[in-house]
Design a protein around this ligand. Structure first.
Ligand SMILES: Cc1cc2nc3c(=O)[nH]c(=O)nc-3n(C[C@H](O)[C@H](O)[C@H](O)COP(=O)(O)OP(=O)(O)OC[C@H]3O[C@@H](n4cnc5c(N)ncnc54)[C@H](O)[C@@H]3O)c2cc1C
Length: 303
């Protein structure tokens, strides 16, 4: 999927060039830039994989804010040109010096920086939220399926589902529930509490309560509130963000600041968050092609 070109865009579209610092790796005169990726989720991983498939000759440093890593990331971490730094959230960008600084004080120089810091559910406390099911990662879809199965077994009928949320996440959660035979009652009003079930019931929740004291009863509560982009890195680099969040990019995934790109849920095109427009994998493939300075169609398909 390609993103439409921005008319009158202020985003530069010049080819990737050697760092002004002149500190790129050069061997036999070949251009071997240093790419740093802030974030290590699906978008970052897809970008590393695409660059590897395209035989990118420079170095790739991935900054992950987490200490753990899924197998998919560990497989990429062993590639010779890839270095993954765990537990190193990127906190500051110096776009003039082309350096990224992490919370732990790591200072990494880059020729091209790709921000792939993703998104997170809105952090708003709802009393007793632990009695509900969340919908904030791809694994949650499986957890909802299991919960429906278990509730059906306990009740001897399909559970009555309550779905809280607006936007794309709630739409996806509804599709997940319906695929498992549950037609949820959907509310866009935020409850203040998830009500526990009566003593003796093996189900954790019996409904939700709103601010005015009114309740909505059900056997299974799913909170599927929209996600917010992790775009706090934008400020230090002087990057523009969309009103609804997300780092503003042009049609080629560049930001308005030379040498800085954004992909995945952290990016926004024309005010719309990229995660809603184009899958992280597609964005990574197109971005890799631009980074390599070749058209997308010349990159091999993802494995
Ligand atoms: C339930 C659910 C189901 C979905 N199903 C699909 C699907 O079927 N197909 C599909 O295409 N999409 C699906 N999506 C959307 C998809 O999961 C996201 O678009 C995708 O995860 C975005 O990847 P990302 O790497 O941009 O962001 P994220 O997955 O959010 O990853 C970003 C990573 O960066 C890390 N990070 C954050 N800040 C920093 C920092 N400052 N420094 C370093 N690291 C940082 C985070 O901890 C995280 O590990 C689904 C989403 C949900 C919630």
């Amino acid at each position: 999927m390609s993103i439409p070109a921005t008319s009158g865009s202020s985003f530069p579209s010049t080819p990737v060039s050697v760092s002004p610092s002149g500190s790129s790796n050069h061997s036999s005169g070949a251009y071997a830039p240093r790419i740093v990726i802030a974030g290590a989720g699906p978008a970052a991983q897809a970008l590393v994989a695409k660059l590897d498939q395209a035989q990118f000759g420079g170095s790739i440093t991935v900054l992950s804010n987490r200490d753990d890593a899924p197998d998919s990331l560990l497989e990429l971490a062993v590639l010779p040109q890839v270095s993954v730094r765990f537990g190193q959230p990127a906190t500051h960008i110096d776009p003039e010096a082309r350096r990224v600084i992490t919370e732990g004080g790591l200072d990494v120089g880059y020729d091209q920086l790709v921000i792939a810091t993703g998104s997170a559910p809105m952090q708003t406390p709802i009393e007793g939220a632990e009695r509900s099911l969340g919908y904030s990662t791809i694994d949650d879809a499986a957890a909802i399926g299991e919960a429906v199965k278990e509730a059906t077994r306990i009740l001897g009928r399909r559970p009555l589902g309550i779905l809280v949320g607006t936007g794309a996440a709630a739409g996806q959660a509804e599709a997940v529930l319906r695929a498992r035979g549950v037609r949820p009652v959907r509310t866009t009003a935020r409850p203040t509490a998830v009500v526990p079930s009566l003593a003796g019931s093996p189900l954790p929740a019996s409904g939700i309560r709103f601010e005015d004291g009114s309740t909505m009863l059900g056997d299974l509560v799913v909170l599927a509130e929209d996600r917010l982009p992790h775009d706090s890195l934008a400020e230090s680099a002087g990057l523009e963000t969309a009103p609804e969040g997300g780092i503003m990019i042009g049609h080629d995934f560049r930001t308005a600041v030379p040498g800085i790109w954004a992909i995945g849920d952290a990016a926004a095109f024309d005010g719309v968050r990229l995660g809603l427009l184009v899958a992280a994998d597609s964005a990574a493939g197109a971005c890799a092609a631009h980074l390599m300075g070749v058209p997308s169609r010349e990159l091999p398909a993802a494995a």
